[in-house]
Design a protein around this ligand. Sequence first.
Ligand code: NAP
Length: 352
Amino acid sequence: MKSPSPTSGDRKAHTFVVVIVGASSGIGRATAVAFARKGACVVVAARRASALEDVARECASEGGQAMAVPTDITEPEQVDELVRAALARFGHIDVWIHCAAVLAMGRFDDVPADAFRRVVETNFFGRVQCTRAVLKHFRTRGEGLIIDVNSVLGRVAQPYASAYVASKFAGRGWVESLREELLDTPKIRICSIYPAPVDTPIYSSAANFTGREIRPIRPLLDPAAVARQIVELAFGSKREAYAGRIGPTINLAHALAPGLTERLARLTVDVMQLSRSEETVSWGNLVEPSWRRAEVNGGWRSTRNKPPRWFVLGALVAFTAGLALAARSQRVRPYALSAARPLTSSRPAAPR
Ligand SMILES: NC(=O)c1ccc[n+]([C@@H]2O[C@H](COP(=O)([O-])OP(=O)(O)OC[C@H]3O[C@@H](n4cnc5c(N)ncnc54)[C@H](OP(=O)(O)O)[C@@H]3O)[C@@H](O)[C@H]2O)c1
């Protein structure tokens, strides 16, 4: 039976073959189950073999066929082996989903160079390597879809996560460049999703060089809701999607008032992400996978750690007031307004 095309409208989910990299926990794990519910054949990959076996069993119990392939995406041979194993079992790949990522928190100068490099190696070069491997198959087959799970931090930065932010900005640029190259093969596509903060284990397994306990910034999305959006992307024709409303809002705020948005990002992280409790330095799951139980949810939504109301209100008032001031000021003009004026018009003549 001819397999359905991920770029055409006549798809039947039950013949779909989906490879999900980073499927042992969080969004990737939820996505594997979501595809299995649609009857897809699912190949799940990450470093934790026993967690992957659990996911594969859960997918099978949902009606899909599933295979676990333990893979460290920083090892190119293991990535090639993942593609080989998927093709040997199912004959083809329709959709490849990049979910794997690690996070290191800390001031740039406190994060060891090797830790910084490891984040970029996993989040950026890992994806590049996976794409190199699966694209060969897509080119031979003439079709295929890659879904890159990026982040709102691939669009607007935050402090104390510079390696993660760098990897996500790099990922976005690389995906956009590749998408332009793929314009002459319309049946081979790459698309991205930019989630706002999601309630997953990434925060508890992160490397921590801050000396303080790390918590996610609220509000938090349900990983199952993000997984549903990823499934929709696989069956639609969108090139990009946001998960959650925060992403487009911050993006707009940054375009209008970049300086102010950066100050607010700093304040938000100081108040909401770094707790007052002390924490010892840890490399988290950067090199070795986490010892914690691999779960879909991080369990943060059930805690009482909500942002103080004064902070949310204060931030809104400060942003609105700052935007109004910036718009009136000659010194701090929002990009959107200053771009409309000739660069020389507001500059004083050079002294003779
Ligand atoms: N949670 C959020 O707030 C949020 C927000 C926006 C975007 N995202 C993005 O969503 C994606 C999924 O993250 P998540 O929140 O679901 O985090 P997560 O639960 O920690 O999942 C990360 C996955 O990556 C895997 N992984 C890490 N290093 C790997 C390596 N070297 N080789 C293979 N797999 C590796 C982990 O499994 P092993 O440890 O078993 O290898 C795990 O399955 C990431 O791209 C993240 O940047 C998350």
